[in-house]
Design a protein around this ligand. Structure first.
Ligand code: 5RP
Length: 222
């Protein structure tokens, strides 16, 4: 049976959560294991409060009895644990494969620390093989996506069956295939300057640590 490396990385990250912390809960199949472990620790007496980056993570946390607070009740978070679609050695990330990039970026940016949890397939030399998710407002999305394409990618609007996929915020996601992103900061800047772009999945200077689980059972900390 193959090792669950996502679980391995996620459970290691949960060791960083201490009593009294305010914690951001990520989204996706790796963050799922972190939330599960946190739920277990809460049931054993760990005292934390949390906010979630998606409806799915919120539902999971609620089922596990993790105390959730609203954003108006706290100023910031101590720690966020979240997954990534790609990460490089400088801890630049592509996120948003699960469509939660906007909420994930707000939460991680307001955290004292962000720990990324991933399996080894996510660690890359150069970002860009994974199509970069860009959240765009539905209004005139065709024009917004045409502007994004001029940056050197092939954007495809994400679908959910027959329908266009909508994020938890009611926006569309354009998955943009760049193949190799030479300068993530330059691309981030260019994307931010396109009207209609709500947010993009490049996380630069946000992550503090990555815990990468490997199939041989080891863990690499970047
Ligand atoms: C969701 C995300 C996820 O963190 C990312 O897609 C990784 O997911 P997984 O752990 O399932 O591979 O950014 O918007």
């Amino acid at each position: 049976m193959s090792l669950n490396v996502k679980q391995l990385a996620a459970e290691k990250a949960v060791e960083y959560v201490k009593d009294g912390m305010k914690v951001g809960l990520g989204t996706g199949s790796t963050a799922y294991w972190a939330i599960r472990k946190l739920g277990q620790r809460v049931q054993e007496g760990l005292n934390i409060t949390a906010v979630a980056t998606s409806r799915a993570s919120e539902d999971q946390a609620r089922e596990l009895g993790i105390p959730l607070v609203s954003f108006g009740d706290i100023d910031s978070l101590d720690l966020t644990i979240d997954g990534a679609d790609e990460l490089d050695s400088e801890l630049q990330l592509i996120k948003g494969g699960g469509g939660a990039l906007l909420r994930e970026k707000i939460v991680a940016s307001n955290s004292g620390r962000m720990i990324v949890v991933a399996d080894e397939s996510k660690a890359v030399a150069v970002l860009g093989k994974f199509p970069l998710p860009v959240e765009v407002v539905p209004f005139a999305w065709e024009w917004t996506v045409a502007e994004i394409a001029k940056l050197g990618c092939k954007p495809e609007l994400r679908r959910s069956g027959e329908e266009l996929y909508k994020s938890d915020n009611g926006n569309y996601i354009a998955d943009c295939r760049f193949e190799a992103i030479e300068s993530a900061p330059e691309l981030a800047n260019a994307l931010q300057n396109i009207p209609g772009v709500v947010e993009h999945g490049l996380f630069i200077g946000i992550a503090d640590l990555a815990i990468v689980g490997k199939q041989d059972g080891s863990i690499e900390v970047i």
